[in-house]
Structures are given as C-alpha cells and as structure tokens.
Design a binder for this molecule. Structure first.
Ligand code: PLP
Length: 382
C-alpha cells in the first residue's frame, strides 16, 4: 500500500513575490545582515503592528534574549513567564542567569491567568525575588487578556515583554498583539504564519530601545574606525536575503490569516456536529474583544466525558492516515530543565496538555487534504 502524502501541521506558504525580492538582493549584492530589504521589512512590520519601531533579527528567540537585556534582566533576577508555551519563551531568562517564575493559564484563552499572575508577583516579592519583567504569550494566535495583564503590570511597576511569536495579526480591542508591551516579539520561523525560513523581530514604541537592540544584534560596535566594544554584543541581525522573503510574505499576510481562520471555522463546525452526538470539546474561543490569527487550530477533550475518546487516540488515528497533529505545548513547569523553578498553578495547563491537540492548520491545506482530515476525524468520532 503506498503511503498517502503527509499533511503537515503548518508548513511554509510562499506568496509568489519572495524570489523577486531575493533576486534583487543578489542583483545589488546586498548579501549581508543589513541592507535595504532589512530596512523596508522593519518599516512594514512597524506600520502593520501600529508601533513606532521594529528591529529585524535572526529569530524570535534572539528577540526575547535582547528584549530581556534591554529590560535590564541579569543574574539572580526573576522574570514571570506563562508556563504553557514553547521553551523559547523561557530559555532566554536562563541565558541571563535569571530565574523564570511560571504562571498557569486560564481556561478561556489558554493564556496567562491574571489571578495567578498577581499571586506570582506578590509572593515572589515577599520571598525576596527581584522581579524584573512579565512575559505573556498569545498561544496559537489567541490574544491573552491584555487589559487585565496590562493593568497588573502597571500597578506593580513591571514591564511587559510580549511574546507574540504565534500571533502576528491577532488583535485585542482592535490593537495588534505585540504592541501592548514595552517590547514585543515576533517570529518568522518556518512553521509560523509567515516565514523568512528563520527570523524574528523586536517591536515597540521607544526608539532608543529598538535602536539599542540593533546595536547589540550587530556585535555592539562602538562608533570608532577600529573595532571597539564597551558592551557584550551578539550576532542576531536578520540577513538582507531573508528580509526579502519577509517582504514577499508581508504582501500575503492578511490572506494567510483569512485562510487559517477559515480552517478554524471549518474544524469548529465539524466538532459541533460531533457535539450533537454527545461529545464535549473545548476550544480557544474569541470574545467580542479578541481576534485570533488562528495560527494553529486546537481542540481539547476529556476522555472521561467522551466515552474514552482521547487526545492521544485521535492523534494516533490521524498519524495512521499520515496526518500530523501534535499535543499542545508541554508546560514549562513540567519540563525537566525547569523543575526547580517556582510555579503558580491552577491545574489548567496540565489539563490542557493532557487533553489538547493541535490540528493541521497551514494556509496551504488543499481541498483534498481537507477531505482526508474530515474523513479521519469522522471515522474517529462517528
Ligand atoms: C516560535 C516561538 C518562539 C521562538 O521563535 P523562533 O523564531 O523560532 O526563535 C518564541 N515563543 C513562541 C511562543 C513561539 O511559538
């Protein structure tokens, strides 16, 4: 039996003009981590996100690392991080010798629970930790409750470093995710909603901070004819060739969001038809204030309420059909690397990790992919 072609969770989807921009970089010999495409990509990112400034970098992880440095995080400090996320939200805290303090999710958005956040701030301070920043995440594109989180940040005098790596184009109260924090982080990794193969950006309204991130990302060279350094530098700038890919991708970003949102709507309609059979599912539902780019469509369900049907059962059923699906991010407080970090828990992220599945969500899924996905889901639940 020949294997059906693989249906991926989220694969790169070029718009068509990327190679023109890349060819232009070659034709003008701007094959370097600087150049006109980098400048133009930054301009478009700032404009799209409604912020004053953007620095194009080699990855979202690099943006988080520089963001923490700019917020003066150092050895022995503490940074509050959403536990349910990809490890790249938390690793840069460890790069700096600081301690992550993890905060659980709330059921609606699956993002940082404001009540646990407040507990984490108050109790960390009472324990003598020097809390320097808060990293909320917009998981799978769903905006966190930025009003409540922003109010707490202000009340306790803490800056937000907003991890919007999965949420380019998502909004809360009409404002773009990534633009709420003192600094925001974007990613253009190969699996994200748009990609430069690998890349990221740090965005914000403070010119001095973003300019300093560019300085640090290009080896922190002081203004001198020789190589002179008064800061530790990094090699984190985006290549002008890759920024060309980014320029092409920006032209189709809103189409990509529309396609992913249509996939989500199609999944929910299908799962609602299973609910009519008695199943019970949980989704990341928007409310009147939030708009998700639906980077990944996810569903969670409890075997005890669904006749033993489980996330893992469904994942394996899809795998048999060569359809990729993945459990939600394993929370950071359950990761071997972070077992000793403090955690403000309410049980939500552990439950979601046990019960949640990310479904194929690429903007390049075809109708025949969809037929296979729907058939596999029906076969499992009908
Ligand atoms: C992808 C991702 C990152 C890291 O971005 P890279 O560009 O891959 O370094 C950070 N945080 C979250 C939540 C992500 O999904």
């Amino acid at each position: 039996m020949s294997m059906k072609p693989k249906i991926w969770l989220s694969s790169p989807h070029m718009g068509g003009r990327e190679q023109d921009y890349v060819a232009e970089a070659f034709a003008t010999n701007w094959i370097a981590p600087l150049g006109p495409h980098v400048n133009e990509f930054e301009r478009r990112l700032a404009e799209y996100n409604g912020v004053g400034h953007a620095a194009a970098l080699s990855s979202g992880t690099a943006a988080l690392h520089l963001g923490l440095i700019l917020l003066d995080v150092g050895p022995g400090d503490a940074v509050i991080v959403q536990s349910m996320t990809f490890s790249a939200s938390a690793n840069p805290v460890a790069y700096l010798g600081a301690t992550p303090v993890f905060v659980d999710s709330e059921p609606g958005t699956w993002n940082m629970d404001p009540e646990q956040l407040e507990r984490a701030i108050v109790e960390s301070r009472a324990r003598g930790l020097n809390v320097k920043a808060i990293i909320p995440v917009h998981l799978y594109g769903m905006p966190a409750q930025m009003d409540r989180i922003g109010t707490l940040a202000e009340q306790y005098g803490l800056p937000l470093l907003e991890d919007a790596a999965e949420a380019l184009g998502s909004t809360f109260d009409g404002q773009k995710c990534g633009s709420f924090g003192r600094l925001g982080v974007l990613s253009f990794n190969g699996n994200k909603i748009i990609t430069t193969s690998g890349g990221g950006a740090l965005i914000g309204n403070e010119a001095a901070l973003i300019e300093k991130s560019r300085f640090l990302s290009t080896q922190a060279r002081d203004a001198a004819p020789h190589y002179q350094h008064s800061h530790i530098g990094y090699n984190y700038r985006m290549s002008n060739v890759l920024a060309g890919i980014g320029l092409g991708q920006m032209e189709v970003l809103d189409d990509r969001i529309a396609a992913r949102r249509a996939h989500y709507a199609r999944y929910v309609a299908l799962f609602r038809s299973f609910e009519a059979l008695g199943y019970v599912f949980e989704y990341q539902e928007e409310d009147t204030r939030s708009f998700s780019n639906r980077w990944l469509s996810c569903v969670a369900f409890d075997p005890a309420r669904n006749g033993g049907k489980s996330r893992e059962g469904l994942r394996l059923a899809l795998e048999t059909e060569n359809i990729e699906a993945r459990p939600l991010w394993k929370p950071m407080h359950l990761q071997p690397i972070f077992t000793s970090a403090p955690m403000y828990a309410n049980g939500v992220s552990e439950r979601l990790f046990d019960q949640g599945l990310c479904l194929p969500s690429g903007s390049n899924l075809t109708e025949s992919d969809w037929e296979r996905i729907e058939a596999a889901l029906r076969a499992y639940f009908d």
